[in-house]
Design a binder for this molecule. Structure first.
Ligand code: SF4
Length: 464
């Protein structure tokens, strides 16, 4: 995932708002944070944020960054890109991923284009997007052309001397929302950035829509197509911030709905519901409300030191941090039948080694794991993902049951089939849980509240 944000201020400087917009998107990326500003001249700053927060890096430059409009990104690669072109200077940020980047880059090489930015030994996706846009006679036509060429999803912001172009990807996979305040406009991936900066939602862009924003307001440059919407369901389950809304649906409320659905589908009688901090918390609150049992915190996260502790790239350091950041509270755990809610299970190793182990070591009587979404079967192909199919615990379970890798996993996806039950039992045993239940896909969809055909459910079904 990435988060993109921009601001146009009626005042001389927009840096204060840009700084906080960036800070409120920090949960969406772990590697790079960058901003670009346009005033008398165009400037940009990009930082590696893998070992410290974006705001702490940006603070040193805060007073030197001038301009009344700016954009930024928290991302897996270096952004914004600064481009000198026949359309004038512009800066670009993207949120998304291009699956066919290899054939597209070969096509561009054959037309004598070259790439100068390299990220993780591959071309920079933001640069690829800029090169595609530059093939046409205007920025808007170039954006349309880029959408016609890519497989994946790209939402973007382009900062020019006159204003900001904003475009949401053609399926609306990630959200892009324009806000208005008395001092100007902002455009964000996460609406959680708005309330404390006094912005009110003006418009959520439709799939494929392009708008131009300047201090006078918003001009539509290309209509969006509502019926193309396939927004990422995982935004509500895990990646989004609780205070954010996408398509008008609040994330915290969806997570509570998920927990409630899990509770209503459950026959067990636990003493308390707990969430794996932080993203399991709201699911657990919903579970507790659904069962009329207390919500408690048997494990607390030591936020002051480990706020960004998942960032280290080395697995051994990640494991050490995972061990250190959650502190068990024996007085809450001992002799209790605990329901532990989790947003999703990817590999399952941290849940097993550093969460459940702590509950058992502190004499929990039972630990029932409840997961807010179905088993993850496919890595995301619409946004940046570091997961591989093989790593997913559901795939490991299938391999163990079948004694080989199999291609057709449809019976394991079908939650009414005996193979699905076998897979869940295998994972429960592997985790060391008293019991394990995953949310049914239709319950997750009803917790979100949008029509099923408007959601991307590829992670779970392999279909879009
Ligand atoms: S594949 Fe999963 S994470 Fe990716 S957009 Fe679809 S639901 Fe979201």
């Amino acid at each position: 995932m990435s988060g993109i944000f921009g601001v146009i201020s009626k005042n001389k400087r927009c840096m204060n708002q840009l700084f906080y917009l960036g800070d409120y998107h920090s949960h969406l990326g772990t590697q790079f944070g960058g901003v670009a500003l346009s005033g008398r001249k165009m400037t940009r700053k990009i930082h590696n944020i893998s070992s410290s927060q974006f705001k702490s890096k940006l603070l040193d430059e805060y007073s030197s960054l001038e301009g009344n409009k700016g954009i930024g990104a928290i991302s897996y690669e270096e952004q914004p890109l600064y481009v000198k072109s026949r359309f004038g200077d512009f800066c670009l940020v993207i949120n998304g991923w291009v699956n066919n980047w290899k054939p597209l880059s070969r096509e561009l090489f054959s037309k004598n284009f070259s790439f100068s930015e390299i990220s993780n030994s591959r071309i920079n996706i933001c640069e690829l997007v800029s090169k595609l846009i530059l093939q046409k006679g205007s920025l808007v036509k170039g954006i349309e052309y880029m959408y016609s060429k890519i497989e994946g999803s790209i939402s973007l912001l382009i900062l020019t001397k006159k204003g900001i172009y904003a475009s949401r990807d053609k399926y609306g996979t990630s959200s892009l929302v324009v806000g208005k305040s008395k001092n100007g406009f902002a455009v964000v991936t996460e609406t959680a950035a708005f309330p404390n900066l006094d912005f009110k939602i003006e418009k959520e862009l439709l799939p494929g829509e392009v708008v131009f924003i300047n201090k006078n307001g918003l001009q539509q440059k290309k209509k969006g197509v509502k019926k193309n919407l396939k927004i990422c369901a995982f935004s509500w389950i895990y990646t989004g911030f609780p205070a954010s809304c996408y398509e008008g649906v609040n994330t915290e409320k969806v997570r509570q709905n998920c927990g409630r659905c899990l509770a209503l589908a459950d026959k067990i009688k636990p003493d308390l519901a707990a969430g794996v901090p932080d993203s399991g918390t709201a699911h657990a609150i919903g579970y507790a409300l659904g069962k009329s049992i207390p919500f408690c915190r048997p494990l607390v996260k030591y936020t002051p030191g480990y706020g960004r502790s998942y960032l280290p790239s080395s697995q051994s350091i990640r494991n050490l941090v995972a061990k250190m950041k959650l502190i068990p509270i024996k007085e809450v755990i001992k002799k209790k039948k605990i329901v532990l809610c989790e947003d999703s299970i990817v590999r399952g190793t941290q849940l097993k080694n550093y969460t459940l182990t702590k509950l058992w070591e502190n004499k929990a009587k039972q630990v029932h794991v409840r997961v807010a979404c179905p088993p993850l079967m496919f890595p995301c192909i619409f946004n940046y993902s570091t997961r591989t199919k093989k790593e997913l615990v559901a795939r490991r379970a299938i391999k163990a049951i079948e004694k080989k890798e199999i291609k057709d996993v449809s019976q394991y996806i079908d939650d009414k089939s005996p193979k699905y039950d076998k897979m869940v039992s295998w994972i429960a045993k592997d985790l060391g849980a008293t019991s394990l239940k995953y949310q049914k896909i239709d319950d997750m969809v009803s917790a979100i509240g949008l029509p099923k055909d408007k959601l991307c459910l590829y992670c779970w079904t392999g279909k879009r």
